[in-house]
Design a protein around this ligand. Structure first.
Ligand code: SF4
Length: 344
């Protein structure tokens, strides 16, 4: 078992995922205060389908965090909407940290307050990732419809300044989708070079099976990371997705939760991870027969998954930048420890 892509024997559960998934991607929230044209939720009926469960409950979140924390797993707070719209957002993230999880937040950056910034930094949230997609107000307002450029810039500057002041452990990251009309070099020069965030993620323009009409016209880099004829999809060997109802999806491509491999209120995540659903997907992919699975055969995003160019590398790159920034800044205030939300 290795993460290198040398041949069929090289693939399998990543060493850190043998017992439990390395990453749990949570759809904490479905509502959003933006209408980004490349967003699969903007371009589908999924938000309407989750009207009965627009926000993950505290009980479901804590069930996930309590189990994941025992394995030091990474909770990636993402999914169908803006996570900071959850009124318990910061309390839940701090709870997960205190339970032993690593926590990474993906946000549009519009809903922070000085208090929530401080709680996230003091709580030791591992990564705060801002979806920026632009480096000018004009472009931002076109690709992040409904959001305000000045608010974004102010909030990122404030988060970064606080992290640096407190010597916090949070990596501050920006991300941009590689779509036409976006000058990625300029985006990186602005956010990393000028503002000083720790890293920029250059995302492929993914279709999620929903943005297919847009893909030909909007993607600025359709080159594949892997050959789907010979290389298994890496996601099923490292991570899983959970919706606001606690249902487990096989991967992030199934954003409508058609696969539903179990529910965290009735089964442990460890059992689901080792259950027949995931085994079926893994065995087919390892045998070079992933295309026989209905979901995977129609997955245009498989080619953009990667065994090498992945989120773990971004975290390492950002961590190096964070420590270097703090080293250059010298001694800082002690961020202390937040204990509110400590698990029982
Ligand atoms: S190939 Fe696509 S649908 Fe299949 S597991 Fe990978 S991401 Fe999911």
């Amino acid at each position: 078992m290795t993460t290198s892509a040398q041949g069929p024997d090289s693939y399998g559960l990543r060493p850190q995922a043998v017992e439990f998934p390395m990453m749990l991607v949570l759809s904490l929230v479905y509502p959003c205060n933006a209408r980004c044209p490349h967003c699969p939720y903007t371009n589908s009926n999924i938000r309407k389908e989750y009207k009965d469960a627009p926000y993950m409950s505290e009980a479901i979140f804590k069930t996930i965090a309590d189990e994941a924390g025992r394995y030091g797993a990474y909770l990636r707070i993402s999914g169908g909407g803006e996570p900071m719209l959850h009124r318990q957002a910061t309390d839940l993230f701090v709870y997960a940290k205190n339970a032993g999880c690593r926590v990474g937040l993906i946000t549009n950056g519009s809903k922070f307050t000085p208090e929530s910034c401080r709680r996230l930094i003091e709580g030791g949230v591992d990564a705060i990732e801002f979806s920026v997609d632009a480096c000018t107000a004009e472009t931002y307002e076109a690709v992040r419809t409904g959001l305000d450029w000045e608010t974004l810039e102010a909030n990122i500057r404030a988060m970064l300044a606080l992290r640096n002041q407190l010597g916090g452990k949070s990596r501050i990251i920006c991300s941009a989708v590689q779509q036409k009309g976006i000058d990625m070099e300029a985006v990186e020069a602005f956010w990393v070079g000028e503002i000083g965030v720790d890293a920029l993620i250059r995302r492929k323009f993914l279709t999620w099976g929903v943005n297919t009409v847009l893909d030909d016209t909007r993607s600025a880099d359709p080159s594949a990371y892997l050959d789907t004829e010979t290389v298994p999809c890496p996601f099923i060997f490292e991570r899983l997705n959970i919706d606001s109802r606690g249902n487990v999806m096989v991967c992030g491509y199934d954003i409508s939760c058609n696969t539903n491999l179990g529910n965290v209120t009735t089964e442990t995540l460890r059992d689901i991870w080792h259950g027949p659903g995931f085994q079926y997907y893994r065995e087919r992919h390892l045998a070079g027969r992933g295309r026989e699975i209905g979901l995977c055969s129609g997955c245009p995003d498989w080619q953009y998954r990667s065994w090498q160019h992945n989120y773990w590398k971004v975290l390492d790159t950002a961590e190096h930048a964070r420590t270097e920034t703090l080293r250059q800044l010298g001694p800082h205030d002690d961020p202390g420890v937040i204990t509110q939300g400590t698990p029982p």
